[in-house]
Design a protein around this ligand. Structure first.
Ligand SMILES: Nc1ncnc2c1ncn2[C@@H]1O[C@H](COP(=O)(O)OP(=O)(O)O)[C@@H](O)[C@H]1O
Ligand SMILES: [Mg+2]
Length: 377
């Protein structure tokens, strides 16, 4: 936890940004501690790069404050903010070799040659590019070039690292490898990072703290698991997680045991009982329609379920489509007239048109107001 008089590494207070008359950032508040890895994630156009531009100082805030360490930096020039940036398009100088590319910033700052050599050696070792130092960028693969770009940023030894979608130009396999590399690098250096991505998997795997953005507003700010388990609204619930959470419009019903949601699949109706805390919160919703949210891994076959889990209800459903992924088979069913996806162990998977027993685990089910889309339980 944050101590009373400890200085946060980065603090963003009520920051707004507009271009012309258009509000792009509509009041951003964020704070992270030194050494944390902050992810800004959200769909294209939601304002992530704009926020990063304000932190770097390349853009000016319309109002609000940005603090780096114990300094309010609104009026501090970018070069004096003690930051280093890595962008999606990592422009290396084509006529310089790797070593010269890494050294370029240090040359500009008149860092003594001996110190430059030391820093280059350290950075090259860290990124495992020692054998590439004499090569030109054209002689490198995409991943190697990205590594050099990171080396150039690392050579600054900044207080704050800013990344703007640094992996989005790489192919899928390399992206996963570089993701692990960045994580390892952060484990080693413990430098504070702000990392922009539109990829929710990158967000989940890299972030200590995640800010989910939409339309210039932070929808939720928290740890990855907390955001996954306790999404604040339907947007966050649907954006984080793959395949996405199933949203089923259902009626809340009073039952003999308590409260449940009514579901129909292939002409069979059943009621899924709610856990006590959800039932209490939804007592005023009895008879009304609600959006019931359940993740694919919470609807499974019945073989591997925990037998002592009291929140499981089994129901017979008709399989519409199956998609084997290897470790599990995504099984599509119809719930209340809408397609829902379940994660089924391949050994239990059925064929389209067949029926199967599915186990609905309601221990992590979430519920949303259909009109405001806010979480209600
Ligand atoms: N210099 C600018 N002038 C006018 N509008 C801009 C400018 N920069 C960004 N925008 C607008 O701000 C919105 C957010 O852009 P951006 O921060 O790049 O989104 P993201 O990085 O999340 O994809 C977009 O609608 C974009 O068109
Ligand atoms: Mg962007």
């Amino acid at each position: 936890m944050h101590k009373e008089n400890e200085v946060g590494a980065l603090k963003i207070k009520h920051v707004r940004k507009s271009y012309g008359g258009t509000d792009i950032l509509k009041g951003i508040d964020l704070e992270i501690d030194a050494g944390q890895f902050l992810i800004l994630v959200g769909p294209s156009g939601c304002g992530k790069s704009t926020l990063l531009g304000l932190i770097s100082g390349l853009e000016q805030t319309t109002s609000g404050e940005i603090w780096i360490g114990d300094r309010m930096v609104n009026n501090v020039a970018p070069k004096d903010r003690d930051i280093a940036m890595v962008f999606q398009s990592y422009a290396l100088y084509p006529n310089m070799n790797v070593k010269q590319n890494i050294a370029f910033g240090m040359e500009m700052r008149n860092v003594p040659k001996a110190e430059q050599e030391q820093i280059i050696a350290r950075v090259a070792k860290m990124l495992q590019i020692e054998h590439l130092l004499d090569r030109k960028p054209s002689q490198l693969s995409g991943g190697q070039r990205q590594r050099v770009a990171m080396g150039r940023a690392l050579a600054r030894n900044p207080g704050l690292f800013l990344f703007d979608e640094p992996l989005s130009n790489l192919d899928a396999k390399l992206r996963v490898e570089m993701r692990t590399e960045i994580k390892r690098l952060h484990e080693r250096t413990k430098t504070t990072v702000v990392y922009v991505t539109h990829d929710q998997i990158e967000a989940m795997t890299l972030g200590d703290r995640i800010a989910v953005m939409k339309d210039g507003i932070i929808q939720q700010f928290g740890g990855p698991q907390d955001i996954y388990d306790n999404p604040a609204n339907m947007f966050v619930a649907g954006f984080i997680g793959s395949p996405s959470m199933n949203f089923i419009l259902s009626t809340v019903e009073k039952t003999q045991e308590g409260v449940g949601v009514k579901v129909e699949s292939g002409n069979k109706q059943f009621v899924l009982p709610l856990r006590a805390d959800a039932a209490a919160k939804l007592s005023s919703w009895v008879g009304k329609e609600i959006v019931f949210g359940i993740r694919p891994e919470q609807i499974t076959g019945t073989v591997n379920i925990q037998q002592d889990n009291p929140h499981i209800t089994k129901a017979d459903c008709k399989v519409e489509i199956v998609e084997p992924t290897g470790p599990d088979t995504l099984t599509f069913i119809n719930l209340n007239g809408k397609e829902a996806v379940c994660r089924v162990h391949p050994s239990e998977a059925k064929r389209p048109g067949e029926r199967m027993q599915l186990a609905f685990d309601m221990s992590k089910a979430v519920f949303f107001d259909p009109s405001s889309e806010a979480r209600v339980a």
